[in-house]
Every structure is written in C-alpha cells, then in structure tokens.
Design a protein around this ligand. Structure first.
Ligand SMILES: Nc1nc2c(ncn2[C@@H]2O[C@H](COP(=O)(O)OP(=O)(O)OP(=O)(O)O)[C@@H](O)[C@H]2O)c(=O)[nH]1
Ligand SMILES: [Mg+2]
Length: 201
C-alpha cells in the first residue's frame, strides 16, 4: 500500500522522509499507553504514576480493576511505517483531571486514534468530542478485552454518534501488528480525506 504523499499531490522525492504527529487518545484505561508501548520502534517515554487508594473516588476503576498505573502527562513513541513516513505518537492522559493539557498536546497533529473499550463506551465520548472540536481527523480503534461483547459496527457508530466516514477498526493494543494496522488505517483515512479535498477544489 502506498502511504506516501497523503498530504500533498504527487510523490515525495527519493530520500524525502515525512514526519507526522499522531495522537493516541481515548477514555481512561482504554489502552493508550499500551498501544504506544507495543508499536513504538524506540523505547517510549511514558509518564505513569501509581493509582493509589487515595484516588479511588476520583479514578473510576469499574471495568479496569486490575489497573495499577495511569498516565499523568503524555506517552511518546515513534514508528517508521515505511522508508519515507515516520509517525510520532503522542498518547494523551485518560483522566479528566489531566485534560487541561490537551489543547497544547494537539498542536500540529495530523490525525488521531481514539481508543474505545466497548464495555465502557462513554469513557471515550469526551475524547471524540475533543477531536471534533479541534478538527483533528480520527479513526476509532475498538480495543478488545477478554470479556468484551461483540457488537455490530453500525451499533457502535450510532452509540458513539460519529460520521459514517469515520473508520472503526478492532484491535488488540498489546499486539504490535494489530496496533500498526490501526495506524495504517488512520493514514489511509487521511489520504482519502486529502484526495476528496483536492477533488472538490
Ligand atoms: N486484555 C487486554 N488488556 C489490555 C489491553 N490493552 C490494555 N490492557 C490492559 O488494560 C489496562 C489499561 O491500559 P493502559 O494502556 O494503561 O490504558 P491507558 O488508556 O493508557 O490508561 P490512562 O492513561 O490511565 O487513561 C492495563 O492494565 C493493560 O495491561 C488489551 O488489548 N487487552
Ligand atoms: Mg496511559
């Protein structure tokens, strides 16, 4: 698959490497840090702190009871999708009390992955709203947990209230190939949007 040239017409010159900033967003405990860790070519930078009993009333652990750490600032990783396309990955914090950081974090982002845990759909509503508000194109990645029920994609689309053009893909955030496939789906989506925008000029 040709992943080059999605943000301008024509192919890049030989040796021309393009760097793209991509956000990994989603609700609390949906697997953002796990995805950045699994897919990054470099040792990722993470800013996790231990969830303590003191924060139990604030950090809603329903459905993620085994969770011991949470991102307080950001996750950072990097992946070369091919010789000419490098993605810089910025994982957002999932908890509302750290969301004041989001504005700055999104600057210059070309697209985003919004991770969704189908057992707790509502936890990702705010992340989707934020993508729409900041006009960042995104794909939805359903991170499948062992006790996740299978739902028809259109049911999920309705429940999340997202456009028919927004891709929804299933993944296992712990698996590098699966996480990479999500990023490929995002790049493909960005290319399609850019082709449509060029046609309508
Ligand atoms: N079974 C299963 N567990 C997962 C998967 N992805 C993440 N986990 C586990 O789910 C928990 C939450 O993952 P994190 O990657 O910390 O989630 P996060 O979205 O970064 O969380 P915050 O930064 O606190 O919002 C961890 O204990 C992971 O090991 C998955 O695909 N399957
Ligand atoms: Mg995290």
């Amino acid at each position: 698959m040709d992943l080059n040239g999605f943000d301008r017409p024509g192919r890049p010159a030989a040796g021309d490497t393009r760097s793209v900033k991509v956000m990994i967003a989603g609700g609390f405990g949906t697997g953002k840090t796990t995805m950045v860790r699994s897919v990054s070519d470099i040792k990722p930078l993470t800013t996790e702190e231990t969830l303590t009993q003191a924060s139990a009333d604030v950090d809603h652990l329903i459905g993620v009871a085994d969770k011991t750490e949470t991102t307080v600032s950001l996750d950072f990783g990097k992946i070369s999708l091919n010789e000419s396309l490098v993605l810089y990955l910025f994982g957002t914090p999932g908890q509302e009390r750290f969301w004041f950081l989001w504005n700055g974090l999104f600057k210059g982002a070309l697209g985003a992955v919004v991770l969704v845990d189908t057992r707790r759909l509502a936890s990702s509503f705010r992340a989707i709203e934020e993508m729409e508000r900041q006009n960042v194109p995104f794909v939805i990645a359903l991170n499948v947990f062992p006790d996740s029920k299978e739902h028809p994609v259109e049911e999920i689309r309705d429940a999340l209230d997202i456009s028919p053009h927004t891709p929804i893909v299933a993944c296992d955030a712990r698996d590098r190939t699966s996480s990479r496939d999500v990023l490929v789906a995002l790049i493909r989506h960005l290319k399609e949007r850019s082709a449509v925008a060029l046609e309508s000029r």
